[in-house]
Write a protein of this length. Structure first.
Length: 323
């Protein structure tokens, strides 16, 4: 069983199409189709059901793909272990995070690491936290950057920074007339005296208002439901959208109110912002963490990147990125 065989089968499964997988792999569609057919003949089983569209793995195919991912992860770990013998001259660091965190939080740390260790390759996986959990367990990534709750028996979690939710309301929403004076994005980013003395809002005051929520990701509707239910009500979801950035744009267009993380305020690079209302710590406060598999081997390269990331957080680099 070769690395090429494993990679080709996984690509077909992920693309759900031989032609799309061929394009991704930079091979021709007929040659990839013949390659898969020959492998199936060699194994004596069908790996894909081609009678449906999009094609999908058979039971045997699903089992092959599960082990293919494990074997590729083990090979990558072996290569990193061998690279450790050479110090930090070569190797690969496999990082996972949501698209938002990759774009807005990690760019500077990746650039700084590459400048310091130019021969170490950084592999970035963008996915939601559920997928990242699975990839950590499978050994497909070294660690992820994100938030949420994690099983202590499976994951090692190290806090990088605090993250706080704010109630966001469009300035044109009549609700603003009923609420206390809001905070601006500048108040939050600059930690003005107004920000420091502003009392938290009782979220029950907006229990009858329509909300906007994301369907998936770290800031999904389940997060909103958990916060609102702790205040004694179930939120009315007027719009369900895909990303936290879309939630932001819907709020700015006065299509509902929402809970937004301060990461979006610091690093979103938006010119115009809604009004923000702070919430009590027990409702609003969470942590951005570095998550890895419990007792997993971390190469020197991965450990070096994790250390650099923590140093950038400690000196406030992430905050400076929002300016």
């Amino acid at each position: 069983m070769t690395t090429q065989q494993l990679t080709y089968v996984i690509a077909v499964a992920e693309c759900q199409s031989i032609s799309k997988a061929a394009e991704k792999l930079f091979v021709t569609q007929p040659s990839l189709s013949q390659y898969i057919h020959s492998l199936e003949k060699q194994l004596g089983v069908k790996l894909f059901d081609r009678s449906v569209s999009p094609i999908r793995p058979t039971d045997a195919g699903a089992l092959y793909i599960e082990w293919a991912r494990k074997l590729l992860a083990m090979e990558e770990s072996m290569n990193n272990a061998l690279s450790d013998l050479m110090g930090l001259e070569k190797g690969t660091v496999r990082i996972g995070a949501s698209s938002f965190r990759v774009r807005c939080l990690l760019a500077r740390s990746i650039a700084a690491f590459h400048a310091k260790y130019p021969n170490i390759h950084l592999s970035i996986r963008e996915a939601d936290m559920k997928q990242l959990r699975d990839q950590i367990i499978a050994g497909e990534i070294d660690f992820a950057i994100g938030s949420g709750a994690f099983e202590e028996k499976q994951f090692h979690v190290e806090s990088l920074a605090e993250e706080r939710f704010y109630l966001a309301v469009s300035p044109s929403n009549p609700l603003c007339e009923k609420l206390p004076e809001p905070l601006s994005a500048e108040d939050i980013v600059q930690a003005t005296p107004k920000f420091l003395r502003h009392p938290p809002l009782d979220l029950a005051l907006v229990k009858d208002e329509p909300f906007v929520a994301a369907n998936a990701g770290e800031y999904d509707r389940e997060t909103l439901f958990a916060v609102c239910r702790s205040c004694g009500f179930t939120p009315d979801i007027a719009y369900s959208v895909q990303t936290i950035e879309t939630v932001f744009s819907f709020v700015c267009s006065n299509m509902g109110i929402a809970l937004l993380p301060d990461s979006l305020i610091y690093y979103g690079n938006f010119k115009d912002h809604p009004h923000y209302y702070p919430l009590p710590d027990e409702l609003a406060l969470s942590h951005i963490s570095l998550i890895s598999r419990q007792n997993a081997f971390l190469s020197k390269a991965s450990s070096a990147y994790a250390l650099l990331l923590k140093q950038l957080v400690d000196v406030g680099t992430w905050q400076m990125m929002g300016g």
